[in-house]
Write a protein that binds this ligand. Structure first.
Ligand code: ATP
Ligand code: MG
Length: 320
């Protein structure tokens, strides 16, 4: 489908709650079949974006299309093409897992993008229960489930209808390491089959491993977008960490650092990692050679990118 529209196309999205401008004119394009991660600190507006794209909240201004449908004027069609797993589980507590998934399968059969037979929907439900390690608990009431089990069931339920675009709002919050791995492999499989996945996460590692592209939301704007490699290369290739000899030296140099760890009197500074720059940096920070006790050099991580881009005063144009 060379002419198929992008999975998500948003232009100039704005949203204000009371006096708080949560989104200040946000543009976003997500190609089909890709995994896109949205990163941002607490309260940045990640859930707000997901809710607007999933037709649950209306933007004050701007337009958004999902799977080619305008979320405002073609809401019903947009809804049929997507699934949403929110920060909080949406399954029915007074039913068993199997009943929940059968209900989802019935809904998917009558309204989903791929109208499937009853047998196919049941088979898919069984496969998903197995996939998310819930097969043994299939006939238990959901109210007896642990938080992690509910989360997995919620994800399974959202995938029954084989949506074109899947929204996952902090999908691995509350999952143990094994549940997280399982979710990651499901996300990869979805993408390999051509499903578009739009996820929010607080885990940089998750974005790094899963996402084709990452957008960083800060101050109501996307302060950076790109692959994790592009974002990392943007900050500086390396970080020089220095451990200061005493608290006074730490406090003196802290305002110049990109990264700080008071407990260990460690400060981090971006550098290209080359000897001339590292030597010059050490000399500039510590001309007498008394303030710095030790140093170490690290390859920049997505954490460094995130910390640099979401520093309170930071503002940059919308593109890489
Ligand atoms: N319905 C609402 N009414 C008023 N304020 C709201 C509403 N929904 C969100 N907000 C505010 O908008 C801002 C963004 O909230 P949002 O939930 O989108 O952030 P988030 O990035 O998802 O945060 P978190 O990482 O904690 O999930 C916050 O300041 C929040 O308090
Ligand atoms: Mg949120």
């Amino acid at each position: 489908m060379p002419d198929a529209p992008p999975a998500i196309e948003a232009v100039g999205l704005r949203k204000t709650y009371g006096k708080r401008e949560v989104l200040r004119g946000l543009d976003l394009t997500v190609p089909r079949g890709t995994v896109h991660a949205l990163l941002g600190p607490n309260g940045a507006g990640k859930t707000t974006i997901v809710r607007i794209l999933a037709t649950l909240t209306e933007a004050d201004a701007g337009t958004a299309k999902v799977a080619g449908y305008d979320v405002r004027t073609e809401r019903a069609r947009a809804r049929r093409a997507i699934s949403l797993t929110g920060q909080f589980a949406a399954v029915d507590e007074m039913q068993t897992a199997a009943e929940n998934l059968r209900m989802m399968a019935r809904l998917a059969r009558t309204s989903g993008p791929a109208r499937t037979s009853r047998a196919a929907a049941r088979a898919r439900a069984a496969e998903l229960l197995d996939r998310f390690d819930l097969a043994a608990a299939t006939d238990r009431l959901v109210k007896t489930y642990s938080g992690g089990m509910r989360r997995r069931l919620d994800l399974a339920a959202s995938l029954v209808g084989q949506p074109d675009v899947v929204f996952l709002d902090e999908p691995t919050t509350g999952l143990d390491p094994r549940g997280r791995q399982e979710l990651w492999s499901v996300v990869r499989e979805l993408a390999a089959r051509g499903t578009t996945v739009f996820l929010t996460t607080q885990y940089l590692e998750e974005a790094d491993r899963l996402a084709d592209r990452i957008a960083v939301l800060h101050g109501g704007e996307l302060v950076a977008q790109g692959t994790s490699e592009e974002l990392k290369s943007r900050v500086a290739g390396h970080r020089l960490d220095v451990v200061l000899a005493d608290p006074a030296a730490y406090l003196r140099l802290a305002p110049r650092a990109a990264y700080s760890e008071p407990e260990t009197r460690t400060l981090g500074f971006p550098t290209d990692g080359g000897a001339p720059q590292v030597r010059a940096l050490l000399d500039a920070l510590d001309p007498d050679g008394t303030a710095i006790e030790r140093f170490s050099l690290h390859t920049a991580t997505l954490d460094d990118v995130f910390l640099t881009l979401t520093k309170p005063a930071h503002r940059e144009p919308n593109h890489v």
